[in-house]
Design a binder for this molecule. Structure first.
Ligand code: B12
Length: 213
């Protein structure tokens, strides 16, 4: 089987919401020597994007979305231990979370995994995180960067709210803000005064490094 066929089988598995298939073929992909990041980008992510398209056009319903997400997670679980090593010489600290009202975490978790692999210490606040909690935790954890994820057009405004609150609390400038999520772009980052934006996890690592420089 070619690498492309293996990756296509992973894509299919995510589309079918078949955890076992995704687990099995992600393991096969790794055993064949396909790079973990390639499995994420050209397999798992393509699969979940296809699920999103099928949901968007009314072919799939919410349970299909959930099954797709679980199947993707089965693949991520195989890859995570291979990527995140036990480096303790941190290059910087990042506080990450998904905004209030938003339960999407797959992309955020991949960004976290990549940041950890690149030597960042990351505190994950999880999903549905109120603006106030970002501020509270920023005071405690003292991150160099706050990463804010939002996947819904109805929740992206929360990123702006968090930046405004940082400003009110006198933290703007002391900590950099990096934003992301499928509906986010550089334009939005400029509009709300975010210091950085990244369209995917690899770029997020580059942006984080640039923000520390
Ligand atoms: C999986 C999924 C779900 C899962 C999430 C499970 C989970 N544990 O995360 C579940 C089933 C819970 C879900 C629920 C809903 N969803 Co949904 N979901 C998706 C789907 C299919 C994939 C998202 C995903 O994981 N993508 C894969 C990852 C790898 O990509 P990513 O998230 O974009 O992340 C990358 C980048 O954006 C970036 N990034 C992400 N975060 C950050 C943060 C920082 C700091 C940086 C720098 C970068 C960065 O790096 C990541 C890695 O490369 C999308 C479709 C899509 N195309 O996005 C719809 C989608 C986002 N969902 C949608 C909708 C409508 C919903 C629901 C409202 C459905 C409903 N009727 O209930 C609910 C809302 C629940 C809520 N309150 O949040 C719509 C949103 C439409 C809109 N205009 O807002 C989409 C676009 C589907 C569609 N085509 O209609 N969903």
């Amino acid at each position: 089987m070619t690498n492309e066929e293996i990756l296509n089988t992973i894509i299919e598995g995510v589309k079918e919401g078949d955890e076992d298939k995704v687990f099995e073929w992600t393991n096969k992909a790794i055993a064949t020597g396909i790079e973990p990041l390639v499995v994420i980008n050209d397999g798992l992510t393509k699969g979940i994007q296809a699920v999103g398209t099928l949901f968007g056009n009314g072919t799939y319903f919410l349970p299909d979305l959930l099954l797709g997400a679980k199947a993707m997670d089965a693949g991520i679980k195989v890859i995570e231990p291979l990527m995140v090593d036990q480096k303790r010489d941190y290059v910087g600290r990042v506080l990450m979370g998904t905004v209030e009202g938003d339960l999407h975490e797959i992309g955020k978790n991949i960004v976290i995994m990549m940041l950890k692999t690149a030597g960042f210490e990351v505190l994950d606040l999880g999903v549905d995180v109120p603006a106030k909690k970002f501020i509270e935790k920023a005071r405690e954890f003292k991150p160099d960067i706050i990463g804010i994820s939002a996947l819904l057009t109805t929740t992206v405004g929360r990123q702006k709210e968090i930046i405004e609150l940082l400003e009110e609390e006198g933290l703007k400038g002391k900590v950099k803000v990096m934003i992301g999520g499928a509906p986010i772009n550089q334009n939005w980052a400029n509009t709300i005064g975010a210091d950085g934006y990244a369209e995917d996890a690899s770029v997020a690592v580059d942006v984080a490094k640039r923000l520390l420089a």
